[in-house]
Design a protein around this ligand. Structure first.
Ligand code: HEC
Length: 169
């Protein structure tokens, strides 16, 4: 080997040695850091702080939830209290009956059509109301119970029948 080669080889080995040293240092450093974080993960105080930091700022409380269970920062969802209302005859008619009785589709006696109603009115309002509430299969078609709106009260249906009858005499 020439003198130059010797020099190169020495320098080369030196650099390799330094690099190996750094590598070993990094390995130990990495293990040290890993140990530290492992301690943290099992530390209950650290866990508590972590949870405090990432907890949601608020929670929606559904009606019926216990207030203390939902916590302090609670967004209450306002729920409208249902108010019992009774719809008038024309209101019920326009909401539930007009779809069939407005045009007289499917054999429904059309409102205002005196000829179609005369025989029915002759049977009495009680009978008509009973048919409107319970449903009725007649000779011209099928009248579903309460016109399909079973959420309506008997009284509301009765009002609608009276309205339809008064409009069809
Ligand atoms: C899906 C269509 C439909 C809806 C909605 C409907 N009806 Fe009828 N209704 C009929 C049909 C069809 C008849 C005729 C039945 C027959 O006589 O063959 C009828 C008949 C009637 C009669 C006469 C019953 C009789 O004894 O002759 C009354 C009263 C009546 N409906 C009231 C109502 C009221 C009140 C509503 C709304 C709450 C309503 N209907 C909604 C289809 C409907």
């Amino acid at each position: 080997m020439s003198n130059q080669d010797h020099k190169f080889f020495d320098l080369f080995m030196l650099i390799i040695g330094v690099l190996v040293g750094i590598t070993i240092l990094l390995v130990f450093l990495a293990r040290y850091i890993a140990e530290q974080t492992e301690d943290m993960a099992t530390d209950s105080m650290y866990q508590q702080q972590l949870e405090d930091r990432i907890k949601p700022v608020g929670r929606a409380a559904l009606p019926g939830d216990e207030p203390e269970q939902a916590g302090a920062a609670v967004t209450k969802i306002a729920v409208a209290t249902p108010v019992a209302t009774t719809l008038s005859g024309p209101q019920v008619y326009n909401a539930a009956c007009v779809s069939c009785h407005g045009t007289g589709i499917a054999g429904a006696p059309k409102i205002g059509d005196a000829a179609a109603w005369a025989d029915r009115i002759a049977t009495g309002t009680d009978q008509l109301t009973k048919h409107a509430i319970s449903g009725f299969q007649g000779s011209t078609g099928y009248m579903p119970p309460k016109g399909g709106r079973t959420d309506l009260s008997d009284q509301e249906i009765s009002g609608a029948v009276e309205y339809m009858v008064s409009e069809s005499r």
